[in-house]
Design a protein around this ligand. Structure first.
Ligand SMILES: *Cc1c(COP(=O)(O)O)cnc(C)c1O
Length: 426
């Protein structure tokens, strides 16, 4: 039997970065799927998840999928077909085409471009939100005027500067694909993330603000696109008595059991956001006086505060050197670095994490273009020297870290974490 206290007990020993928080109804809906035998990719839970997601986000259509990455993949396919036409079987919809994308993000934002044969072009980050810089995006269009698709993520649940971004996207007749996997429930000027793009994604991965253990939704206001995604995600079966196929298919549909978990979670989205917000402001208060900043919260938006992060002031940083897999740092009085703080947090059994390493510095994408607000393009110049903080993304990666942000963390646990962070600066 579900017992809320047991869940909390399991977490007494460790404070996680961001772990699932169940409330009881999840089990009720999963059991309903079992007892009615809708143990499949069809059922009432999926219908409800789609309806509730539309209602919450304020979009017309939501399609439940196996994960957010699947939604991003089908979004790239839709955008590619719309921009460049239907590819031949065996060819991607973006084959040989460049796509502009966020640089500071999880690789699931970017990989779907490659699934469809496209080439990611990374757009530099701006400091105010840690998201895509509209000025760098404008420069990218000057350099590659033929590009028609842009993918943007809202890092750690803080919306990007959507007015500026949309102005550039619309002026260049491009299609925006929005990755709101980390930002479900966050708003920009009162508008939910996941509604700015033509094709949008939320994720119900286990570490997101609400979870189905896995899962995601494709969001759009375009009925035809929603129908396509629903069809493609169920192996593109045509309306015939036998298995008839006119198009390439995928097995990407959400399970009705997973949907039961999501259905039980969605009513708690706002509660989780409030808990995460309280965590953010407790860190902000507790770290006052230290040479650090929290991740920025711009005035015109309300984030979902998924992860609390900090960034150490430049002159309070000890020397820290990261290779592809290892890290070394020096100890110095009054100074510290993300690695030392992460080790200190780990020593009291709490989980922090380095900032997501920018995509332009990932070995897999080392030869891809990377464009900053001055129009400097790594693919065409040697202006970028690796290692030192030559760009904003790498500077945030070098000096920043994600703090334990689990909404089941107690005030006492958080106070202890703040204490060990403060000790790093002694
Ligand atoms: C988690 C995440 C995804 C992928 O979602 P899944 O449901 O895990 O496939 C995509 N983009 C970003 C920015 C994410 O954080």
């Amino acid at each position: 039997m579900f017992n809320k206290n047991n869940q909390f007990k399991a977490f007494e020993s460790k404070v996680w970065l961001s772990s699932p928080t169940m409330h009881g109804e999840e089990l009720k809906y999963m059991t309903q799927a079992y007892e009615t035998n809708w143990m499949s990719t069809v059922g009432e839970n999926i219908n409800q998840v789609e309806a509730m997601t539309c209602e919450k986000i304020g979009c017309k259509y939501a399609v439940g999928l196996s994960c957010g990455t699947a939604s991003l993949h089908l979004s790239m396919k839709l955008a590619g077909i719309e921009a460049y036409g239907m590819p031949k079987v065996g060819h991607g919809a973006l084959e040989g085409k460049k796509v502009f994308c966020s640089d500071m993000t999880f690789d699931a934002t970017v990989n779907p471009i490659v699934y469809e044969g496209g080439e990611p072009v990374f757009i530099e980050t701006e400091r105010d939100t840690w998201n895509m810089d509209a000025k760098a995006l404008e420069k990218a269009f000057e350099i590659y005027p033929d590009v028609r698709v842009v993918v943007l993520a809202h890092l750690y649940g803080t919306p990007g500067k959507m007015d500026e971004i949309m102005e550039v996207v619309n002026r260049h007749n491009a299609i925006l694909v929005e990755d709101a996997a980390e930002s479900m429930g966050a708003t920009y000027k009162g508008i939910e993330t996941g509604t700015f793009g033509k094709y949008n994604t939320v994720s119900f991965n286990g570490n997101k603000i609400v979870t189905g253990s896995s899962g995601g939704c494709f969001l759009t206001n375009d009925l035809e696109a929603a129908n396509k995604v629903r069809k493609w995600s169920t192996q593109s079966r045509e309306n015939a008595a036998w298995y008839q196929h006119e198009e390439l298919g995928y097995n990407y549909r959400m399970s009705n059991v997973v949907a039961g978990v999501v259905r039980g979670q969605l009513p708690y989205l706002d509660e989780h956001i409030q808990q995460k917000k309280a965590i953010y402001y407790r860190y902000k208060e507790g770290l006052k006086g230290l040479p650090v900043q929290m991740n920025p919260i711009p005035e015109d938006c309300e984030p979902n505060y998924w992860l609390s992060c900090l960034i150490i002031d430049k002159d309070a940083m000890t020397k820290q050197v990261r290779s592809e897999q290892d890290v070394l740092y020096t100890k110095e009085q009054g100074k510290t670095c993300p690695t030392e703080i992460l080790e200190a947090i780990a020593s009291i059994n709490a989980e922090g994490r380095p900032i997501w390493k920018p995509m332009h510095m990932q070995p897999i994408y080392r030869l891809n273009p990377f464009i900053n607000k001055d129009g400097i393009n790594r693919a065409k110049t040697n202006a970028y020297i690796q290692g030192e903080a030559q760009d904003i993304g790498m500077d945030i990666f070098n000096r920043g870290l994600c703090l334990p942000s689990d909404n089941k963390m107690t005030v006492e646990q958080q106070d202890r974490i703040i204490e060990v962070i403060r000790a790093c600066f002694e």
